[in-house]
Design a protein around this ligand. Structure first.
Ligand code: GLU
Length: 447
């Protein structure tokens, strides 16, 4: 059997035994697409069921999350934690609270997280969790009761040396606070390292909140630098307006870039003078409102409810909202308007067909597992600070983040070159992450 046939047959097994999980199949297919070149050179990675083991989570926990709303009605949500792979360290990855969350979504995110975490070079395994709970429109008291109920089950499966959750879509500093409080109450332990993304006054790291967005901006700057360019003076579109998008915009602006558009599920705004971040932060972080309100403060800006943010001409695009938000039609529009760089701030926001369009047009494309690894990398820095009961200054932590992103960039570039695919960040990141995990799996035996 050729390596290509072998990889295809394992992929078929993965599809059949994980039926009805298209996002997981998509994430697996993307990694599998890079594997045959590795196996051609290093066939031992296919031995001892290594790839099959890598695709099967070490443990999957699904649980009931009952909670009572402000009117006294009882709701039942479903909670998940998929502990995917722990060869490099305790399971590490966020919790997502969003109505679209199901096992397939959590598995796709957990699978990606294994390689992303490996790429950071830090001692963290891969995991992910969440719930189909929709925080939108819920009061603070309802969110708190939900978080407490969620942690009542989760607490027996996590720990600073076991599994360290953090935030993702719908889970930010507020939710991490409620989750941490309940964990402490249930265990009677002040175990700072059990969750990351904590408040900076009680064990959280400086820069963690900003890290995913800042990291993506550093990564893009590194990509541009390989072509003797930088973000300075570059026109950028960032989709989304959550935690990743807001801090990507902030760092891009600090590096001299002009971010002209961003979005939320209601539509997108364009401000050709550059997004006013103070106004955007107030709308999204303080008022928890919609981006459409931006035009109330800036009448020269425009809001579009129906349409695609990817029709806005730009040099650099950062899809930073959610999975599969940038399809082949959007990619074609970006290419037509002369895009040079696309980097994923979100997890798997670009469809396989869109990646194909970008590849054919020679657009530099960075996958999320490399470009958005700054968030989880800074979580690992938070764990380091917790373990040593220390807290680092903002600038020091930001410098560490920039350094880590630079190393991830070089790893992806060098690996792509080594395997004969120069400039291909997808193969570079997949292969480099895979080899790190696979070597540790081989060393630790059949487990
Ligand atoms: N949810 C983030 C991610 O997708 C961060 C996870 C973490 O900090 O553990 O990587």
């Amino acid at each position: 059997m050729s390596t290509r046939e072998l990889v295809e047959s394992i992929y078929e097994q993965v599809r059949t035994r994980n039926a009805g999980e298209p996002e997981f199949h998509q994430a697996a297919a993307e990694v599998f697409d890079s594997l045959h070149v590795v196996l051609d050179r290093h066939p031992h990675y296919a031995e001892a069921g290594l790839i099959e083991r890598l695709c099967e989570p070490e443990r999957q926990i699904i649980f009931r999350v009952p909670w009572t709303d402000d009117r006294g009605a009882v709701h039942v949500n479903r909670g998940f934690r998929v502990q995917y792979n722990s060869v490099l360290g305790p399971y590490k990855g966020g919790l997502r609270f969003h109505p679209t969350v199901n096992l397939g979504i959590v598995k796709f995110l957990g699978f990606e997280q294994i390689f992303k975490n490996a790429l950071t070079g830090l001692p963290i395994g891969g995991g992910k969790g969440g719930s189909d709970f929709d925080p939108k429109g819920r009061s603070e008291a309802e969110v708190m009761r939900f978080c407490q109920s969620f942690m009542t089950e989760l607490h027996s499966h996590i720990g600073e040396h076991t599994d360290v959750p953090a935030g993702d879509i719908g889970v930010g500093g507020r939710e991490i606070g409620f989750l941490f409080g309940q964990y402490k109450r249930l265990t009677n332990r002040y175990e700072s390292g059990v969750l990351t993304g904590k408040g900076t006054g009680w064990g959280g790291s400086q820069v963690r909140r900003e890290a995913t967005g800042y990291g993506a901006a550093y990564f893009v700057n590194d990509m541009l630098q390989t072509h003797n360019r930088s973000l300075d003076g570059t026109r950028v579109v960032v989709s989304g307006s959550g935690n990743v998008a807001i801090y990507a915009i902030e760092k891009i602006q600090q590096l001299g870039g002009l971010v002209v558009a961003c979005s939320d599920s209601s539509g997108y705004i364009v401000d050709s003078k550059g997004i006013d971040l103070e106004v955007l932060k107030d709308i999204k972080q303080v008022q928890r409102g919609r981006v459409s309100e931006y035009v109330d403060a800036h009448s020269h800006a425009s809001f579009t409810a129906d349409g695609s943010i990817w029709d806005v001409p730009c040099d650099v695009a950062l899809p930073s909202a959610t999975e599969n938000e940038l399809d082949d039609k959007a990619a074609t529009a970006l290419v037509k308007n002369g895009v040079n760089v696309v980097a994923e701030g979100a997890n798997m926001p670009t469809t396989p067909a869109a990646i194909k369009v970008l590849r054919e047009a020679c657009v530099a494309f960075a996958p999320g597992k490399a470009a958005n690894a700054g968030g989880v990398a800074t979580s690992a820095l938070e764990m380091q600070q917790n373990a040593s009961r220390d807290s680092w200054a903002f600038q020091y932590t930001d410098d560490r983040l920039a350094d880590i992103m630079g190393k991830i960039h070089s790893r992806a570039v060098e690996t792509a070159e080594e395997f004969g695919m120069p400039g291909d960040y997808v193969h570079g990141a997949n292969i480099s992450g895979f080899i790190t995990v696979a070597d540790a799996m081989i060393a630790q035996g059949v487990i």
